[in-house]
Design a protein around this ligand. Structure first.
Ligand code: S3P
Length: 442
């Protein structure tokens, strides 16, 4: 599907977005490991979460979805049946990496695979430490398909330092450690999202997080004790996804005459890096009605059009906004001055090589951009010419360039825009409800 987005004068209105993707994955998976019935409200049903739901059928975990309310009937650790058919994880790296850890903890056998795109993503980052824990897991030359067989002996608790900060790897290892023979320690170079630790603590697991400081460096440590009693079921209304809100926030900032209210967004500090960066760029973003539920903070965002200034992005904030670089690139193009992103090489291992593809497509719409090994430089001129771009099968690139079309000098056509279904099926109707003019054709 191609979508053409036309320049618009002012976006106005109040919107509510689907539930957070990371929290939806974790709530479903942990509820399936708990003993008892869990109720998860505002669950995200989209391309990325469907494979995890489908996998539950293979493990014979019962669930029902009514609207956005998901009920999961967990029977406790070790109750999952082996998967008889290959588990198709689609395009979802969260599904494959988290499921691997959960299957290991449940002593459950199966083969995990996915799309061509997923097969390109690195899996050695979970397989190597899992093998150190004595888990019988094998990859196909560092990639999916992954094969898991239960081991006769118990999983070994280990101390392991992750070479890159990754919440997917950390979560996979935390889950594996839940049925290990002794406590485990995992150390990361950056503060990756901590939803798993918060949710598991609320379910009765013993997880401790702290920061180790020394020699001018900071490391982020998680200690996991093996479960002594069954996980308690979850009852939670999930906040809406800040990574989805990011597109509406930047749309409001760059489109003159806009005021947008975005309700009930997750504001966990390990996810909210983009807000800090946009505020540093002079973005007018207010937060209101802050509440907390099950260890997660949420609140409403009020966004007004702003004259953005360039900034540098590096260090800790990179991992706290790891999914937001495509839309940051658009904000930087509409800012004044040079924005420099560094220490963000991980972006090359996402749904696409987000450094290369973002730079290529920004330059296709007339933006002055230079690709760096670990980031990019954008010389923003407060305007973007417009033109044609390709989504490269990456939902966040598709949405970022559709947002750019709202404030460009000429329309922007996004090829392959159907990929927005992966994480935010309501993206186009919600944008239209704010006044955006978008025409799509098959
Ligand atoms: C996620 C972690 C991040 C992020 C992804 C979701 C998660 O990936 O990019 O969209 O839910 O744990 P990495 O762990 O690979 O950084």
């Amino acid at each position: 599907m191609d979508c053409i987005v036309y320049p618009t004068s002012g976006l106005r209105g109040s919107i509510s977005l689907a539930g957070d993707k990371s929290l939806s994955h974790r709530a479903l998976l942990l509820a399936a490991m708990a003993e008892g019935t869990s109720k998860i409200e505002n669950f995200l049903l989209a391309g990325v979460t469907q494979p995890m739901l489908n996998a539950m059928d293979q493990f014979e975990v019962k669930w029902e979805l009514a609207g956005k309310t998901l009920v999961v009937h967990g029977k406790g650790m070790g109750s999952w049946r082996d998967a008889e058919r290959v588990i198709d994880c689609g395009n979802s790296a969260t599904t494959i990496r988290l499921l691997a850890g959960a299957m290991a903890a449940n002593h459950c056998a199966g083969i995990l695979d996915g799309s061509e795109g997923l097969r390109r993503r690195p899996m050695d980052r979970i397989v190597e430490p899992m093998q150190k824990m004595g888990i019988n897991i094998h990859s196909t030359e560092g990639h999916a398909p992954l094969t898991l067989q239960p081991t006769k002996s118990r999983i070994r608790g280990i101390e392991y330092e992750l070479p890159v900060a990754s919440a997917q790897v950390k979560t996979c290892l935390i889950l594996s450690a839940l049925t290990a023979d002794r406590p485990s320690t995992f150390i990361e170079p950056g503060p990756s999202r901590d939803h798993t630790e918060r949710m598991l603590s609320g379910m009765g697991a013993q997880i401790m997080s702290d920061v180790i400081e020394g020699n001018g460096t900071k490391k982020f440590r998680v200690q996991v004790a093996p479960l002594k009693r069954p996980l308690k079921p979850i009852s939670m209304h999930l906040p809406s996804d800040i990574s989805s809100a990011a597109f509406f926030i930047v749309a409001g900032l760059i489109t003159p005459g806009s005021e947008i209210i975005i309700n009930n967004i997750g504001l966990n500090p390990t996810r909210a890096g983009l807000l800090e960066v946009l505020q540093k760029m002079n973005g007018i973003i207010a937060t209101e009605n802050i509440t907390e539920q099950s260890g997660e903070t949420m609140g409403d965002l009020i966004v007004n059009s702003s004259s953005l200034q360039a900034t540098d992005v590096n260090g800790d904030v990179v991992v706290r906004m790891i999914d937001e670089f495509p839309i940051l690139g658009i904000a930087a193009a509409f800012a004044e001055g040079e924005t420099v992103v560094t220490q963000a090489e991980e972006l090359r291992y996402k749904e696409s090589d987000r450094i290369a593809m973002l730079c290529q497509e920004l330059s296709n719409v007339g933006v002055d951009v230079t690709e760096l090994n670990d980031g990019f430089r954008i010389r923003g001129q407060r305007r973007v010419r417009g033109g044609d771009v390709d989504a490269h099968g990456d939902h966040r690139l598709a949405m970022a360039f559709m947002v750019a079309g709202l404030a460009a000098e000429n329309p922007i056509r996004v090829r392959g825009a159907e990929v927005v279904q992966e994480s935010l099926p309501e993206f186009i109707p919600l944008m239209r409800s704010l006044g955006a003019e978008i025409i799509c054709m098959e």
